[in-house]
Design a protein around this ligand. Structure first.
Ligand SMILES: [Zn+2]
Length: 289
C-alpha cells in the first residue's frame, strides 16, 4: 500500500506542489543560463534541463512537462539553429520526461532500462511510443558530440531505481537530475525503488567525481557549485543520522516528527518537501531496511 501511495505522490503531488494544475503552464517562462563551454541550463517548471549545443547540433538532458515543450523548443532555437539529435533522461518522473513525446519525434531518447519500463507501464496519461526511450542501458554509456565526451552514468537505487547523471567532461558540467535538490530537502521515490541510504551514497559518489571547479546542474534549484553539493551532502548525512538514531532508540514516526530537526535545517523545508515530509520519507526508508 505504501508503494502505491508513494508512486501516486510522484505522479500527482510534484506538479501540484509546484502550483501547476494540468494545463496551467501559461505563465511559465523558460530562463536560459550559460553554464560552461557549450552547455546551458534551462529553467521553467519541473526539472532543470541541460543543453549541449554546437557544430554537431543539440543534445538535451530532461524535458520538463509536456505543455512546456513548444516554449522549450523556442528557447533552444534562441541558442542556435542546430538539429536536436539526442534526448537524455536522468529518470522517469513526469517533470523530467513530460516533453519526451514532443522531442522524441526530433531526436533519439536515451535512458536507463527502468525509465522505459516505468514509462511503458504508466497510464493516465499513457506515454506515446515517441516518448519512450529508443536506446536503454543499465550500465551507462558515452556519447561523443560537439567535441564533448559525455558520460551517462547509471546509479544504484537512490532517487528511484533508474537514475543516471550526465557528465560533460570538456566543459566540466555535471547534471545530477533529482539526485540533487540545491538548498532543499529532496523527494525520494520509495514507490519507484528509491531509497534514502542509496541516495546519500550516490551524492557521495558525485562529490568524488566532480573536479573542484565543476558546475553542477541540480534537478531542482539554482545552478550549483561543488560547495553547494557538499552542503547538500552534509544536510543529508546529518538529518538522516538523526532519524537513524531515533529508529534505533525505538521512536515512532510521530515522535520523530514531533522532535523535528535542528533550526539550521529550517530553510531546507521551504521547497515542495517540507521538514515533516522529509522525516517521513527518511523514517520509512530506513525502517524498511
Ligand atoms: Zn524525480
Amino acid at each position: 500500500m505504501r508503494l502505491i501511495r508513494q508512486t501516486a505522490f510522484a505522479l500527482t503531488f510534484l506538479p501540484a506542489c509546484l502550483g501547476l494544475a494540468q494545463g496551467n503552464f501559461d505563465n511559465v517562462t523558460i530562463k536560459t543560463t550559460p553554464v560552461a563551454g557549450d552547455v546551458h541550463m534551462l529553467e521553467g517548471a519541473g526539472g532543470n534541463i541541460g543543453v549541449c549545443i554546437g557544430s554537431d547540433g543539440v543534445l538535451i538532458v530532461d524535458t520538463q512537462f509536456a505543455p512546456l515543450a513548444p516554449k522549450i523548443e523556442a528557447a533552444l532555437k534562441r541558442l542556435g539553429d542546430g538539429k536536436l539529435h539526442y534526448v537524455l533522461n536522468t529518470h522517469w518522473h513526469g517533470d523530467h520526461t513530460g516533453g519526451n513525446e514532443f522531442f522524441g519525434k526530433q531526436g533519439t531518447v536515451i535512458a536507463h532500462d527502468n525509465v522505459r519500463r516505468r514509462l511503458t507501464e504508466k497510464t493516465n496519461p499513457a506515454v506515446a511510443p515517441e516518448g519512450l526511450p529508443d536506446i536503454t542501458h543499465d550500465q551507462g554509456l558515452t556519447l561523443h558530440f560537439n567535441g564533448e565526451t559525455i558520460r551517462v552514468v547509471s546509479l544504484p537505487p537512490g532517487h528511484t531505481d533508474g537514475d543516471c547523471y550526465v557528465y560533460f567532461t570538456k566543459s566540466k558540467v555535471l547534471h545530477l537530475g533529482d539526485q540533487f535538490f540545491n538548498g532543499k530537502f529532496p523527494f525520494i521515490d520509495l514507490g519507484s525503488g528509491g531509497e534514502v541510504a542509496g541516495y546519500v551514497r550516490n551524492v557521495e559518489t558525485a562529490l568524488k567525481l566532480a573536479p573542484p571547479d565543476a558546475k553542477i546542474i541540480p534537478g531542482h534549484g539554482p545552478l550549483a557549485t561543488v560547495d553547494d553539493l557538499r552542503r547538500f551532502r552534509d544536510m543529508l548525512v546529518e538529518t538522516t543520522g538523526i532519524v537513524r538514531k531515533a529508529i534505533e532508540a525505538g521512536k515512532t514516526l510521530d515522535q520523530v516528527k514531533e522532535a523535528g530537526l535542528p533550526e539550521k535545517w529550517k530553510d531546507w523545508g521551504t521547497g515542495f518537501i517540507n521538514t515533516s515530509r522529509w522525516l517521513e520519507i527518511t523514517y520509512n526508508s530506513l525502517k524498511a531496511k
